[in-house]
Ligand binder design. Structure first.
Ligand SMILES: C[S@@+](CC[C@H](N)C(=O)[O-])C[C@H]1O[C@@H](n2cnc3c(N)ncnc32)[C@H](O)[C@@H]1O
Length: 236
């Protein structure tokens, strides 16, 4: 899994291959909703951030709730200036550190074992796949709040608000695996009340292996929405 500072355009398949070599959570804790983002969703997210919007290459990037480091390491692979990954869970940070030793990123990647509430500073871009709040209600709100406090641009994954069979069919038929959808009115309002504005929302199909006792099937499919959020300039 050798890495060099990537300033050339990386193909999405190459990025997926890189991501597939990043070890996922060995003993996921249900209370922290520790599922690892799929390669396909992570690659789409990073691709939009890096190449559609220019928010990764040479930028300072923060991965909130980094888990085993997939989003952070992919940002470094694409040429972020430096990356910080933060997680409250010791096993996640140990695994992220193992993953970065193995992938030998050329840009600086720092892992921090902490609650996200301890994070301060200012970052060009925040990437996050927060707990959706299935186990602990509104767990994703705390992440949005912190991301908007310390980041200029935020890429945040959220559960799609309902099971929409037509959308699932559309996603399966679409080679890019992305469909632009409307934001949830609740998230949109929440973002606006924290000085942000939702610029776009992309639905994607996330497939993860069976991880928890309540997963009945060997594979678990669900729709996630990627929110692209910008911090609004303060009026003078
Ligand atoms: C859905 S997982 C995503 C992991 C990783 N970002 C990925 O996409 O593969 C959410 C992560 O947030 C972490 N987490 C939950 N609450 C946290 C908190 N208050 N502070 C820091 N990390 C937290 C969990 O330990 C878990 O690793």
């Amino acid at each position: 899994m050798g890495n060099t500072t990537q300033k050339r355009l990386i193909r999405k398949l190459e990025l997926e291959l890189f991501l597939s070599q990043i070890k996922s959570q060995p003993s996921p804790k249900v209370g922290l909703e520790q599922y690892t983002v799929s390669e396909v969703v992570a690659a789409n997210m990073l691709y939009i951030a890096a190449y559609t919007n220019g928010d990764i290459v040479d930028k300072s990037v923060l991965d909130l709730g980094c888990g085993t480091g997939r989003l952070a390491l992919a940002a470094s692979y694409l040429g972020a200036q430096f990356v910080v990954g933060v997680d409250i869970d010791k096993t996640s940070i140990i695994t992220a550190s193992y993953n970065s030793d193995k992938s030998r990123p050329k840009t600086r990647v720092q892992w921090v074992l902490a609650d996200i509430s301890a994070v301060t500073g200012n970052f060009d871009t925040v990437l996050q796949n927060p707990p959706f709040g299935v186990q602990k209600r509104a767990a994703d709100r705390k992440f949005l709040e912190k991301a908007l406090e310390v980041g200029n641009v935020v890429y945040s994954l959220h559960n799609h608000p309902c099971v929409d069979k037509q959308l699932i069919r559309q996603l399966k038929a679409n080679p890019s695996g992305l469909v632009q959808v409307e934001p949830s009115p609740f998230i949109e309002k929440f973002v606006e009340s924290h000085s942000g504005v939702v610029k776009a929302v992309y639905a994607m199909l996330m497939t993860i292996p069976r991880m928890f006792d309540f997963h009945i099937k060997m594979k678990h499919d669900f729709v996630v929405d990627l929110y692209l959020i910008k911090k609004q300039e303060r009026r003078k």
